[in-house]
Each structure stands twice: as C-alpha cells, then as structure tokens.
Design a protein around this ligand. Sequence first.
Ligand code: FES
Length: 156
Amino acid sequence: MKFLTGNTEKDIKKILTQYENSRSAILPILKVIQEDYGYISDEAIEELSEILGLKQGEIKEVISFYTMLKTSPEGKYHIQICRNVVCYLNGGKQLIEFLEKEYSVKVGSFSKNKKLSLSLVECIGQCEIAPAVQINDDFYGNMNPEKLKKLLTSLD
Ligand code: FES
C-alpha cells in the first residue's frame, strides 16, 4: 500500500525537480515527511528508497546524522536533555532522574499520558547555560528540577 500520498507526495515531486539528483534531495524530502507525519517511519523509508533509487540504509544513514530527524513518534512536548559532559556534570543527570521520578517518563519513551517524551542528545550548542534542555524547538538553560517543573506546568 502506498504510504506517501496527498500533499506529501506532491511536495516530494516538486523537491525532486529542484535538485540535480535524488541524493541531493534527501534532506529536504525527509523534512517534509517529518513535518507531515511527525516522524519518519519504516514505511516512509521503504517507499522513499524506491522513489529515490537509493538503499534504505543510505536513507537511514542521513536520518541518523541529523538529530532533528525522528524515526519514532514523540509526545506533544518532546524534551531533549543534553548528555554531553558540561551539561551532565552541571545537573543534567538530576534532570533526567527528576523527569523519570516525577513524570514517569523514561529516556526513549513517553509519560503515561503520552504528553511528554524524553531523549538524550549530544551538545545542543547551549553549553554556556548548562545544563541545557530543548523542548520541541525551544532551548532552556541553567535548568534544575524546580525550574523544569515550573516550565512544564506552564506548557500545559
Ligand atoms: S554540552 Fe550541553 S549544550 Fe553543549
């Protein structure tokens, strides 16, 4: 069964006309798929490999290189905690423990109400305000469990 349909299919065709070869078009196409579906599923990768004439592994390689590309669904608020040494040693570890305890959300998974999801990421370029957290597209720094709780409450 066809997976990439409707506007997604139209956008993919349009992008392909703008690039010399299909390999160069991968990133903008993956961004479109993520915007339309929330993440890039195995079905999407399979179909895209046929459209682009590339191996699925080649597409997965691109996805794994860009942390903004997701291969699984996320909560309404996706929390990314920097696991690099600067953030981790300045309280990042406590933030993870706090989220697990207070919101029952585990790394790589959802909270019970599916509102929050949590992942650990490499440096997000906010080292000067460590420990840094990214929630969806926004960055927050100098975080501690109390500030994080207030922030999450304000997002409801
Ligand atoms: S080390 Fe955490 S943002 Fe750079």
